[in-house]
Design a protein around this ligand. Structure first.
Ligand code: FES
Length: 275
């Protein structure tokens, strides 16, 4: 059903088709701003991370800087769970496994990010144009949302959150270990700072998660009967509005942390020690 409407900007007639974008079937959008910039930058950013992540995961070397006198382990390889690890955290995978240890554990952080509500919005818009932006039509004829395979799997996000908490603890232990230097000395190098920032950003991203907010404050009728949950919910609610920012900062920094450890471990740079 097509009808017409008056555009208040220029008094011209604008076709409106029920269920279709304003402007008629051949008009993708009436937006005049640069709406395509955000999906463009998002796809470039996520695309670069995926390329870097594949290289880092299959590198299978120079992920621990122990030979350079630094206790730095790349977050891409932590926890290191195979017997062939350069720095074994928990050796639960036998010597039969001889490809990169990163591939085993990256399933969990990747699953957490792929099913994250923010990243869903980001890659649905940037890669699938579903839709590319608010008030912009999408090219797909059918829309089943997240009610069918494979996107229905994104509902598993809340369970990935539990795994993400474990990874947060592991990366925090790695950051603390980065203060350990040879001969049982305590010290701090630039890499220590890099790993500490990485752990902080991972926690900010994990705790600002919408599932975390639901876990702390959801399904409650009376907050007065759950004061501890109320306390956590208030804290989580303060950082939750910045989840998108933490998603990007933690993504960029985790890649940078891996690259920094790689550069130190491969002797490309010397890691300055502050004390
Ligand atoms: S919503 Fe983004 S990590 Fe949960």
């Amino acid at each position: 059903m097509t009808t017409t409407n008056t555009n208040s900007d220029n008094n011209s007639i604008t076709a409106v088709e029920i269920g279709k974008p304003r402007g008629g079937p051949n008009v993708k959008t009436l937006r005049k701003d640069k709406w395509w910039l955000q999906p463009l930058f998002t796809s470039i950013g996520l695309g670069l991370f995926v390329i870097y992540g594949i290289w880092a995961a299959f590198r299978n070397g120079n992920y621990f800087a122990g030979a350079m006198g630094r206790n730095y382990l790349s977050p891409f390889y932590s926890p290191c769970v195979t017997h062939g690890c350069q720095y074994t955290t928990v050796p639960i995978v036998g010597s039969w496994y001889n490809i990169s240890p990163a591939i085993i554990i990256l399933i969990f952080p990747m699953g957490f990010r792929m099913s994250c509500y923010y990243y869903r919005k980001a890659y649905y818009r940037s890669f699938w144009f579903s839709p590319p932006a608010c008030a912009v039509s999408e090219p797909h004829k059918k829309y089943s949302g997240e009610s069918k395979f494979p996107l229905i799997l994104n509902n598993i996000h809340r369970y990935f959150w539990y795994a993400a908490v474990v990874f947060g603890v592991v990366l925090t232990v790695d950051a603390v270990n980065a203060f350990r230097f040879p001969n049982n000395q305590i010290g701090m190098g630039l890499g220590t700072v890099v790993l500490v920032i990485n752990a902080v950003l991972i926690w900010l991203y994990t705790l600002s998660c919408h599932s975390c907010r639901h876990l702390t404050g959801g399904k409650l009728n009376l907050f007065s009967k759950a004061p501890i949950r109320l306390w956590f919910w208030k804290k989580v609610s303060k950082i939750n509005p910045h989840h998108q920012l933490f998603a990007w900062l933690s993504l960029i920094w985790i890649a940078f942390t891996d690259f920094y450890v790689y550069m130190v471990a491969s002797n490309m740079i010397h890691d300055p020690r502050f004390f």
